[in-house]
Design a binder for this molecule. Structure first.
Ligand SMILES: Nc1nc2c(ncn2[C@@H]2O[C@H](COP(=O)(O)OP(=O)(O)O)[C@@H](O)[C@H]2O)c(=O)[nH]1
Ligand SMILES: [Mg+2]
Length: 291
């Protein structure tokens, strides 16, 4: 069997999680329009008759402004070692900049590199040409470059074929039929966080965490209690909304997605609490699962 580890790395909001989901043909990783949606490495398994591929979706590499950001960058970089292929995702609608150059410096020249220029649906040919030139200028080792539109599924199969060229002969890393390295607590937490992010404006997201306090399988339903943690009392008021409307909407949306995922009825209860500066507090970061 052909097997291999493949990391999907890049700056914030370039479409890494969208690409993972497209490659796996399901929605495993949460996606939003907000930067730094992905906070932890997530493995998603691809399987066909001849191969098993372990994809690693990673947090976007960015300039960290708090302890959580540092932890996120660290896990992204950790994914670069001991993989068969690095897929570097770039937002083709953005100009090449200092952050891109920094990221290139972190790559291991010995690992096969595929650069994906994603969001090709948003750009002109001239923009693409310019970006290609930048990568040619800044990289001194071989790489393959693919244009892609992950939301339109353009070139997703081509990426898969390119990756398959670098797999190695071996035994599967996970039992055949596995979907991910994560458990259902993780997906419950991520789905609630995604729905909260989607209901909120720019300024809140980084300051929001979710923990699952209770997860019990009963005869007729899965009973889940989740805690949404925010940084300030004013944020708590925003998350709850007028007469509790926003929190209710978050809960309904999350419950529907969880029911779809688990193929069972779900009773979901949400609470909001304030923990000042939690994203700079190593003890709380650990408690929330980020270390
Ligand atoms: N126009 C366009 N938007 C995309 C494409 N791929 C992803 N996006 C959007 O970019 C945003 C960030 O996507 P996400 O996968 O969360 O990025 P990540 O932070 O790199 O994981 C979301 O709003 C996606 O819908 C694409 O090919 N074209
Ligand atoms: Mg992501």
């Amino acid at each position: 069997m052909k097997v291999g580890f493949v990391t999907i790395i890049g700056r914030s909001n370039v479409g890494k999680s969208t690409i993972l989901n497209a490659l796996l043909n399901k929605s495993l990783a949460i996606v939003t329009d907000k930067p730094q949606t992905t906070r932890e490495n997530l493995r998603g398994l691809y399987e066909d008759e001849h191969s098993q591929i372990v994809f690693i979706d990673t947090p976007g590499v960015h300039k960290p402004h708090h302890e959580l950001g540092k932890v996120m960058n660290k896990s992204a970089f950790a994914s670069l070692s001991e993989v068969e292929v690095i897929v570097l995702v770039v937002d083709a609608s953005k100009r090449f900049g200092e952050g891109d150059r920094f990221l290139l410096g972190k790559l291991d020249p010995k690992t096969p590199l595929i650069i994906v220029l994603n969001k090709i649906d948003l750009v002109t040919i001239t923009q693409v040409m310019k970006l290609k030139e930048e990568y040619q200028k800044h990289l001194s080792f071989p790489y393959t470059l693919l244009e892609m539109s992950a939301i339109r599924l353009f070139n997703v199969n081509e990426l898969l074929e390119e990756i398959k060229k670098h797999l190695v002969e071996g035994l599967p890393f996970y039992p055949l039929g596995s979907e991910t390295d994560r458990d259902e607590f993780f997906f419950a937490k991520e789905i609630v966080r995604q729905q909260a992010l989607l209901q909120l404006r720019e300024e809140i997201p980084h300051q929001l965490a979710v923990i699952i306090e209770k997860y019990t399988k009963k005869a007729k339903a899965v009973v889940i209690e989740a805690l949404i943690i925010v940084e300030k009392p004013s944020h708590k008021a925003i998350v709850i909304g007028k007469e509790g409307k926003r929190l209710k909407q978050i809960g309904t949306n999350a419950r529907l997605l969880l029911e779809k995922r688990l193929k069972e009825r779900v009773h979901l209860t949400l609470h909001v609490i304030v923990k000042k500066d939690w994203f700079n507090n190593p003890r709380l970061l650990k408690e929330y699962g980020y270390y």
